[in-house]
Design a protein around this ligand. Structure first.
Ligand code: RI2
Length: 329
């Protein structure tokens, strides 16, 4: 394997994320850290510069798969910041240890978040869900372990119907599940105690970026007086938004919305397929994290505490070493 050669496992993991075989912000972060671990383990780089260049190239390949879930760059940052050492073997050991530590912390954070979120749920509560979020499921799982009865109205979540995954998982947890089409949500909002959704990114002003349809659901829920709770580990906080950057909203292929023959039968139309939307903080009652529960407007304080004022992009190729061929040998 020469400089910048990607390990086959990195290509496979990147392709799985792009195709949504691996999906959900936490699972994407976990897979990305594992990809860097495998790149480090399998690298036959002969110099520290070549090793670092390979890992940065692997991170860039992973980054280009899906643009919205900030857990992906946050995971890559965590691992690459631990890529320290003067020899290939030390670099390898530290990178592998960083990736393993990240994955362990991710699991622990979700379990801790589950305990915080479960405190909001009372025995007999009914929730409404949108899409499929493992952070949401962690809250319900803990509530069930505490012996609370929970029922759920599950939105199917067009176009990819991740609601079916949620329904399956909730049934396994002993939750009474009712599946509805997305457009039926408002009709059922009076019958639920909480809207409980996940997040792909949280901006510094407390805006929640989540599966398309979340913002409309939140507006309707507020109109009906139903609390909207977002379950999101701190890995979903986007440090770039502290300096005014906006979160990029992924648009996916139109074939997820309508297949080609049906589209052609209709005539000359455009089809758009944004994967996410932005829910302003005023429609969100609480963000549940592994560090406790926060009103959305206060999330920036936690962001500063965790990330400081400035964040690095350690996957960027440093110019001097490229220019002088240091990374290319
Ligand atoms: P967890 C999903 O996006 C959903 O929008 C979900 O709320 C979010 O990721 C978080 O998932 P997609 O990957 O990290 O299905 O809570 O587009 O599992």
């Amino acid at each position: 394997m020469g400089a910048h050669d990607l390990d086959a496992s990195v290509e496979r993991i990147a392709a799985d994320i792009a195709a949504m075989e691996t999906r959900g912000a936490a699972a994407i972060a976990d897979a990305a850290a594992d990809a860097l671990r495998q790149q480090a383990e399998h690298s036959d780089a002969e110099t520290p510069d070549a090793f670092r260049a390979e890992l940065r190239a692997a991170a860039r390949r992973l980054l280009e798969t899906r643009p919205t879930a900030v857990s992906l760059p946050n995971a890559l940052r965590y691992v690459l910041q631990r890529m320290n050492g003067d020899s290939v073997e030390t670099l390898r050991r530290n990178t592998v240890a960083g990736a393993e530590e990240f994955r362990t912390r991710l699991d622990r954070a979700q379990a801790d978040l589950g305990r915080v979120g479960a405190n909001r749920l009372r025995d007999g509560d009914r929730i409404m869900t949108h899409c499929h979020s493992t952070d949401v499921l962690a809250c319900v799982e803990t509530a069930r372990e505490q012996g609370k009865e929970v029922s759920a109205i599950v939105k199917e979540t067009r176009p990819r119907n991740q609601g079916r995954l949620t329904a399956e998982r909730l049934v396994e947890l002993g939750v009474d599940v009712t599946l509805i089409v997305d457009s039926a949500a408002r009709r059922y909002l009076n019958d639920v105690d909480h809207v409980l959704v996940g997040a792909d990114a949280i901006a510094a002003d407390g805006s929640v970026i989540n599966k398309i349809g979340t913002s409309g659901l939140a507006v309707n829920a507020r109109d009906r007086g139903t609390p909207i709770v977002v379950a999101a580990q701190t890995i979903k906080l986007d440090p770039d938004t502290m300096t005014g950057n906006l979160v990029e909203i992924e648009t996916r292929d139109e074939s997820e919305v309508i297949d080609r023959p049906d589209r052609e039968a209709i005539g000359d139309i455009s089809v758009e397929n944004p994967a996410f939307d932005v829910t302003p903080p005023r429609y969100v009652d609480a963000i549940v994290t592994e560090r406790g529960q926060f009103p959305p407007e206060s999330i920036v304080a936690l962001m500063r505490e965790l990330f400081g004022e400035a964040v690095a992009d350690p996957w960027i190729e440093s110019r001097p070493s490229t220019e002088f061929g240091g990374d290319e040998q």
